[in-house]
Design a protein around this ligand. Sequence first.
Ligand code: ADP
Ligand code: 5GP
Length: 202
Amino acid sequence: MSSNLYPGLLVVISGPSGVGKTTICHALVDRLGAQLSVSATTRPAGSGERNGEDYLFLSAQQFKQHLDDGDFLEHAQVFGHSYGTLTGPVMEALQAGRIVVLEIDVNGAKQIHQRFDRAKMFLILPPAPASLSDRLNTRRRDARTVIAERLAKADGEVRFARESGCYDYTIVNDNLEEAINQIVTIINQEKEKSQNDRRPQV
Ligand code: ADP
Ligand code: 5GP
């Protein structure tokens, strides 16, 4: 997609499970008034998750219907389930000049990177591998087997993400506030840059 077709800013946040992506994305909503894209998924809702707010929880058949109808901006299989970003709300918000945040895996990020040359891509990393296990267990959302599967895949995911070459920024989420501040600062700079680029030259 041409870089000048929409006035908003598309932001992608990726990283291994438990690194703090969702926490950071909610902070971007609070701090920047960003719009968080609500993904569709076939995975079952975890403890405390609400349909339509955390995700659109769909059956495999419903997901396939959206896929067949060409409704997804990107989609991928992650941990054995389908996940996808619906095009409509994202494009509407970008056209309205909003900052739109996608919390998606690296396969989805690659698709966005190819289609949106102005998207800003962030890879979030833990300070140490052990912090993922601590955080996933503290979160109490997933069953123990689900957590074990996610931890087993974390190293490979990070390697694949680094090798993808599609991330502009790597942020270590050690101190949460510091990580959020770094991302907020970068997004504000990028927003200003894109506004300057769009100003008519005199
Ligand atoms: P993800 O979306 O990447 O799977 P979450 O945002 O759900 O991760 O965070 C997993 C858990 O880790 C949550 O309980 C969250 O409060 C906690 N957490 C997030 N960032 C930090 C941090 N910097 N230090 C300690 N705990 C954190
Ligand atoms: P979770 O099940 O923990 O919410 O998410 C699991 C993984 O799926 C995370 O890496 C998350 O970023 C990714 N994910 C969530 N929504 C989407 C989406 O719409 N598209 C893609 N490609 N990945 C997603």
